[in-house]
Write a protein that binds this ligand. Sequence first.
Ligand code: PEP
Length: 257
Amino acid sequence: MRKRFVIGNWKLNGGLAANAALLDKINLGVGINAGKTEAGDQSKSCGVCVPSIYLAQVQHQLADGFVDWGAQDVSRFAAGAYTGEVSAKMTAEFGCRYTIVGHSERRAVFGDSDAAVAEKFGNAKNAGLAPILCVGETLEERIAGRTEIIIMRQLRAITDKFGGAGLDGVILAYEPVWAIGTGKTATPAEAEAVHAFLRAEISKFDLEIAANIPILYGGSVKKSNATELFAMPNIDGGLIGGASLVAEEFLGIWHAL
Ligand code: PEP
């Protein structure tokens, strides 16, 4: 059975005191129900992807807790003269289980190309992190009927470089750009159609990987819409932006998993 996840993406938000309070509430609320400890439900897991500067704080606070953590991005380079960058290996030293790569904000605001995302993906895997690979179309692309073309271009950037086997151990996130931070959520049926398409395409590479790869939905998930989204057969949880900063909302989403 494939694993289900609720993972927060704090983006450029946080502060030492606010993080500590939020993490306390989330850790307590998630409790033994999460599969991080042996006594927990191994079929599901909760995590937070935080700004890298806070990884030490999060590691310290959550090491003996119930919630996993990860980075929001890593460098496309492994090491060297790249001022301001943080490598995948560095984040792994702080206990990260995963890192987001290819988030639409990285692609749109920071110019991450498909090739750069593939390099980051490779570095994450080499460092022992599960890449959370984000794919998704803009509103214009959806209206033009190009959703499948766009997400397959983003996925092929990975499979062309690493083969279908490169998707082993990966978490995929379908995040329609028009739904991120906009309050507009894809309907469960709209999201499910894309998730099912992605799984069918991955099955052309490898049936077992397709059956086991968690495909998360991201885009204005809230506790009020999580239950119906997570009820879809190919939606294996969510990548949560804004709502991950409010403990009650995030926990509401977790309990819908
Ligand atoms: C995200 O940033 O990955 C995201 C899904 O954001 P939001 O939940 O705020 O739409």
